[in-house]
Design a protein around this ligand. Structure first.
Ligand code: NAP
Length: 247
């Protein structure tokens, strides 16, 4: 049990990597605040099943991360419980269909940055205050291999690179409070987001990695468990590349 007795806040739990992180972290003994955009009966049932199976608390929090007021309200709802937060996983992300900068309206760039960069930053600002009081914690951001190789849209690649700068600065600011901050940069992973990438881009991505396949959400989630746990206690400000070997 790598996370026994800890409490995690995980964003974007409805599906994909976020749901796998929720499953893996609760299996390792963590209670969770699971952030989803809206109420959904199947997801509510899923959380109840995790609670029952692993003997942990799983509480749902609803927020649309395109809306700053909703992000603030969600953080306040969590902080109001006065529970000590040990882990924050900033997982929410969007990718728009592949196109060049020349074909990209600035509105799309701003919307992408709002969700992929600014909302996670605002949410971290609010949640990390509670972690600072507890003088310990681990924060994990989901970046992307696109931050290194420009393998996706301009707004996505640039936003995911911005996340890496944010991770380094936060590691510097929060280290003195016993809080570690790291990123995961997944390669193409088999989720709805992975699925929207064109067949051509998918084939190119798979041909470039050593393992010649897409990642599974659970393989990314296992890296999040590692970074959240004491197994990575001497790591901060780092980016773990989980991409099947994109060299
Ligand atoms: N899949 C890949 O190939 C890949 C590769 C590198 C990095 N990543 C990164 O890994 C993270 C997870 O990606 P994924 O593959 O699991 O994506 P996904 O299957 O598309 O899931 C995205 C998650 O983010 C949530 N979300 C998106 N916009 C939101 C909003 N405005 N407000 C609240 N929630 C919102 C979605 O909620 P709803 O269900 O309500 O839409 C969903 O839970 C992202 O940061 C992504 O950029 C993914």
């Amino acid at each position: 049990m790598l996370l026994e007795g800890k409490t995690a806040v995980i964003t974007g739990c409805s599906r994909g990597i976020g749901k796998a992180v929720l499953n893996r972290m609760t299996a390792q003994g963590a209670s969770a605040f699971a952030l989803v955009r809206r109420e959904d009966a199947a997801f509510t049932e899923h959380c109840a099943a995790l609670s029952e199976k692993y003997g942990v608390d799983v509480r749902m929090v609803y927020a649309d991360f395109e809306n700053e007021n909703a992000v603030t309200a969600a953080a306040r709802e969590i902080l109001k419980t006065k529970e000590r937060i040990d882990i924050l996983v900033n997982n929410i992300g969007v990718a728009f269909p592949q196109r060049m900068l020349a074909m990209t309206p600035m509105e799309a760039v701003k919307r992408s940055f709002q969700i992929n960069v600014f909302s996670g930053m605002l949410f971290t600002q609010l949640i990390s205050k509670s972690m600072m009081r507890g003088r310990r914690g681990s924060i994990v951001f989901l970046s992307s291999s696109a931050a290194f190789d420009g393998g996706a849209n301009i707004e996505y690649s640039a936003g995911k690179a911005a996340v890496l700068g944010e991770v380094r600065r936060l590691a510097v600011e929060l280290g003195g409070f016993g809080i570690r901050v790291n990123a995961i940069a997944p390669g193409l992973t088999d989720t709805d987001m992975g699925g929207i990438t064109s067949e051509e881009v998918k084939a190119a991505a798979m041909s470039r990695n050593i393992m010649k396949r897409m990642g599974e959400p659970e393989e990314i989630a296992d890296a999040a468990v590692f970074l959240a746990s004491d197994l990575s206690r001497f790591m901060t400000g780092q980016t773990l590349r989980v991409d099947g070997g994109l060299l």
